[in-house]
Structure formats: C-alpha cells, structure tokens
Ligand binder design. Structure first.
Ligand code: ATP
Ligand code: MG
Length: 562
C-alpha cells in the first residue's frame, strides 16, 4: 500500500493527519476519502477555505481523493447561483474534486428507502406534535424529555402515514418522521430526532419529485457512507451529533462506516464567518454583492486581490485543533503581503494628483517624451523592465508637496518649495513656484529638472529630500481607484448583543475618480495585482477594469498599521 508521509516540511503533524497515518499503516482503510460538504445557501467564506484546504489537502498528501458534495437538503434556502459560485471558488483555490460534483439529493431515493427500513424495524414513527409541543416534549439539557403520544404507532400505520406525507397529503408542519431512540438521553440529539419534514418546495436538482426532505442529521452521515468517505471531517459543533450519526450507521444497512473527526472552526477577529449574516449584508445592500472586495467570502477576497496561494498558505498556518480559537486578522494579512511583496510588479499611480510643470524641459529634452526605464521588481530581474514616459507636465501626489520650508528634512522626505526631490526612476527636480486657484488650492507647481540625474547622483550641493512617485500628465491614464477599510470596526462584530450591522465601519469604501496611472497599467488583465509604489497593493478589478476605463481595488496597505 502506498502511503506518502503526511508532511514534507517542518510543520508538525496535526491530530487528523496522525489518525490517517495510523489508519493507513494499520490497513484500516485502503485509501483515504474525504469530502467538502457545503450547503449551497450562500457563498463560501474564509472559514470554508480552512475546511477546503484541510479536506483536499489531506487527500492530496495521502494520495487519496476528496469529493465535493452539496448538502442540499433544504431547497427553500438553496439555489443554482450558489452551487456555481462554490464550484468556482474550490477550483480557484486550486483543488480538484474526485469525479463529478455530488449532491445529497442524488441519494434521496436511498434515504427514503432507509427511512422505510427504520419504520419496518420499529425504529421510526410519524409524529403529529406541533413544533411548540415538540419542544416542550423534548425537555431540557438537565431534564429528560417525554415520549410523544404518537411514538407507539404500529409499523403498518407509520408506513401508511409516511406514504401520505410523501404523496403531499399533509400540509407543511402537519407531521414529521422521527427516529425512535431515547427521549431521556442526556444527549439532546438522541431525543427522537427528526428524519423527514414536509417542505412543499421545488428543489434545484430534483424539481417537484419530493415534498418531504430529509433532515441534515439524517442525511449527512449516510451521504458519507454511500460515498465511502473514510474520514468525515467537520467542525466541533457536530461532536454532539456523532452519537446520532453512529446510531444511524448501526441501524441501517449502509455500505460503509465512516468515522467523524471534529476540528475547531476558524474565527477571525474583525470578521464574520456565518453565511446567514453575510447574506444579510448582501440583502440589505451594506455591500455590493457577495463578491464585494470587503467581504470575507472567497469570491470577495479574490476580487480584493488576495491570491489563491496566499489564502492556502494562511490556511496551512492554522492549527487544526480540537478547540475553537480566534485568529488575528493580521495573520491573514501577513500571508497576503508576503505573497504580494514577492509577486506583484511595481508600478506608479498618483491617487490625489497635483500637476507639476517642468519649465526647463525643452532645454534638455529634444522630444516631447523621454522614455525612462524602471525595474518591474527590485529583487527579481526576471520580471523585466517597464517604460515610463517622462513629459513636461506630470502629476505627483498632493501630499508629496509642501510650501512650508520649515518642515524638517527628517520628517518630510518629499518636495518642498525651493528644494529638491527625486522623481522615481527619473530626474531630480526643484520646486520653483506655485500657481493657485481662486480658492487658494494649488493649480500647478512650476519646477525645473536637474540635468544628468537619471540614474546618477546630482552635483555636489544638491540634496534631494527623498524619492517620490509620479505619472506623466499627457501619457498617463486616468483611473478609478477604490480604497477599502475593514468592513467592521469591532473586534468581534457578532460577539455581543446587537446586530453585526451595528459594527460596520461607516466609510469602508472610498471611490477616487481622478487618479493617474502609468500607461501600461491600463492594459493589465483583470485580477492582476501591483504594488503601487509608496501607496499599497492594488488589483485590476475582476469585472469592471478595462483599458478604456481602468479600475483598481486596494488589496492591502504596504505595512501593518499596528
Ligand atoms: P455557516 O455557518 O457559515 O453557514 P456552515 O457550517 O453552516 O457555515 P456549510 O456549508 O455546512 O456551512 O459548511 C461546509 C463545511 O465547511 C462544513 O464541513 C463546515 O464544518 C465547514 N466550515 C464552515 N464554517 C467553517 C469555519 N468557520 N471554519 C472551519 N470550517 C468551517
Ligand atoms: Mg452547516
């Protein structure tokens, strides 16, 4: 039996890897089969990314297989858009599922047959208690429940009733099928849980074939059994459900016996990881859709400019533990920056432009444009060079100029009236004068260039304060830049009382319309990331960027502000 070691680097084996290694070496399983089982009721978020990386990652490192299976037992909340988006997210993260996409609904006939099997063995019954009666009968964690008056129905009667339920003869909520387990169990999940409920909904996969649908608990473990999943990995909140899943496995003629292992959910501070609450943000239009770059959805983070690799690296860095913990969002941001610093080409963009006119341009440059050359990456020559057109009129950032000559050289390493600064990859220039608008704002700055300073030091006595970025006013392109802040200004937006919407950062998106980019950037393919020098990392918007209307999103600042 081939059995690749779980880890090739120095990361210690996590507890699930240890279990799998042992199962393989002892021959308990011939081949590892895992699955990622989302319910298609929303887009996937960063927490799902952890589960995806874990399940697909285990299959990869142990030469096994991982299924993608939609747990589609609740048609009222599910739809095809979510199914499509989830598949795209998994693929984008870099994973391939085994065979076709699977659906819990593929097995509805089998589940129904198994429901009949339980009824025939006296292990299930149709119950007519109303929801409020049911919860009263269920008891509390510390007090036992009591048996439903319908619990002792005959097999024949139950068979007839389930057929009527299936045939649509009852209204929604009129009755349910329950397992007959133990109303006094200390585990509430074993107090005669619901197996089937009536839902007169059209299902996205099965259409109008069914009007009764299995509960998640009745379906989940059996789906794994049907697919021969060897290690059913889920989050901690399902630990209490494990005895129930095992009960089903023991009471049904299932083809395989999966084992469930639970790990801690990912909680990130300043972030929410609940599809229901993310959906609320979309529905109430606090964000512009599920893939808004501020959303912690995989699609949102993608549009924000996070690479799949950076997200995988982050997921890999997370503990796979038997406890829940809160992870600092700075840990995620570390991996985003690390990846971009290494892989994003450098470019120049002026976010808040003020014009500079080089008065002595014609004196030294005979053409209207001088082509400057700049490296695309300071530490990676393989990324090549780019050409920057240098012209008589340029833009620099308003914040990079001051008329205040008393500013210390140490504190203000930019352009000051009467002093020198270097334009990145171009000349040293000197600010000579400013022309103002009637409201007192600067219309343009007059400057002079110091000849022979491209790639060369200026003559003795000329000391530029620093290096600033610039874009040609005539050759550069105007762009829309979207700046983002954290969506929530509270460390645990869904922690305390109140709504998550109480903690939304008021101005988490700012759209700047008059930004200037070096001309080549207009032709960047959507989703290409850049470091705009001195400003941060930006990405060409996946949907809206084009050469005629460049649009870039702020991915992340250059440094952690903490
Ligand atoms: P949500 O509460 O956001 O709806 P969910 O658990 O109901 O999440 P599912 O579609 O059922 O969503 O999740 C699919 C898989 O992803 C499950 O196995 C679940 O355990 C896992 N998962 C969901 N959220 C997280 C998280 N925050 N961290 C790790 N795994 C998660
Ligand atoms: Mg779930």
């Amino acid at each position: 039996m081939s059995n690749k070691p779980a880890v090739t680097d120095t990361t210690p084996e996590n507890f699930i890897e240890a279990i799998i290694s042992k199962d393989l070496s002892e021959g308990n399983v011939p081949k590892v089969i895992t699955r990622f089982p989302p319910e298609p009721n929303g887009y996937l978020h960063i927490g799902h990314a952890k589960a995806i990386c874990l399940n697909f990652g285990l299959a990869e490192s142990f030469n096994g297989e991982c299924n993608l299976r939609f747990d589609d037992t609740n048609p009222a909340k599910e739809n095809q858009d979510y199914i499509d988006a989830i598949q795209e997210d998994v693929r984008w993260l870099g994973f391939t599922w085994a065979g076709n996409v699977r659906y819990a609904s593929d097995y509805f006939d089998q589940f129904y047959a198994w429901a009949l099997h339980l009824i025939n063995n006296g292990d299930a019954y149709v119950c007519h208690l109303s929801p409020s009666e049911s919860s009263e009968y269920r008891g509390w964690a510390t007090t036992p429940g009591k048996d439903s008056p319908y619990r002792s129905r005959s097999v024949a009667e139950n068979l007839e009733l389930i057929e009527s339920m299936r045939a649509g003869e009852f209204d929604e909520g009129a009755c349910v099928l329950r397992a007959k387990i133990d109303m006094a169990s200390s585990n509430m999940n074993l107090r005669d849980p619901i197996l089937y409920r009536i839902r007169k909904e059209i299902h996205h996969q099965t259409g109008d074939k069914w009007c009764i649908y299995p509960s998640y608990d009745f379906a989940h473990g059996q789906e794994d059994a049907i697919e021969g999943v060897t290690h059913s990995i889920c989050t901690l909140e399902f630990a209490d459900h494990r005895p129930l899943y095992n009960w089903f496995i023991e009471h049904l003629p299932v083809p395989a016996t999966p084992h469930q292992y639970e790990f801690g959910r990912l909680h990130l501070n300043y972030t929410i990881t609940s599809k229901r609450k993310l959906k609320l943000l979309v529905d109430e239009e606090h964000v512009v859709g599920w893939d808004d770059p501020r959303m912690p959805t995989i699609a949102g983070m993608r549009r924000r400019g996070y690479s799949a690799k950076a997200l995988r690296n982050f997921c890999q860095s997370l503990a796979v533990a038997k406890t829940d913990g809160i992870v600092d969002v700075a840990q995620l941001e570390f991996f985003i920056r690390e990846d971009l610093n290494e892989n994003a080409p450098r470019a120049m963009c002026v976010l808040d432009p003020v014009k500079i006119v080089i008065n002595n341009f014609e004196q030294y440059i005979s053409e209207s444009v001088q082509s400057m050359t700049a490296a695309c990456h300071p530490n990676n020559a393989a990324m090549g060079d780019r050409t920057l057109p240098f012209t008589r009129e340029l833009y620099i950032d308003r914040a990079d100029f001051s008329e205040d000559t008393s500013l210390s050289r140490k504190k203000f390493k930019r352009l000051v009236m009467g002093e020198y600064v270097r334009l990145r990859s171009a000349y040293v220039i000197k600010a000579e004068a400013v022309t103002k608008n009637s409201d007192g704002s600067i219309d343009f700055i007059s400057a002079s260039l110091v000849p022979n300073t491209v790639g060369d030091n200026p003559p003795e006595g000329i000391k530029p304060r620093g290096v600033i970025h610039w874009v040609s006013a005539s050759e550069g392109e105007q762009a829309e830049i979207r700046l983002y802040k954290r969506l929530f200004d509270h460390e645990s937006p869904d922690g305390g009382d109140g709504e998550v919407t109480d903690h939304l950062t008021p101005d988490s998106m700012t759209v700047l319309n008059d930004c200037w980019i070096e001309p080549g950037l207009a032709y960047a393919s959507p989703e290409t990331a850049f470091q705009f020098e001195r400003e941060g990392y930006f990405v060409a918007d996946r949907w809206e960027h084009s050469s005629t209307r460049p649009v870039f999103n702020l991915t992340i600042g250059l440094r952690d502000s903490k």
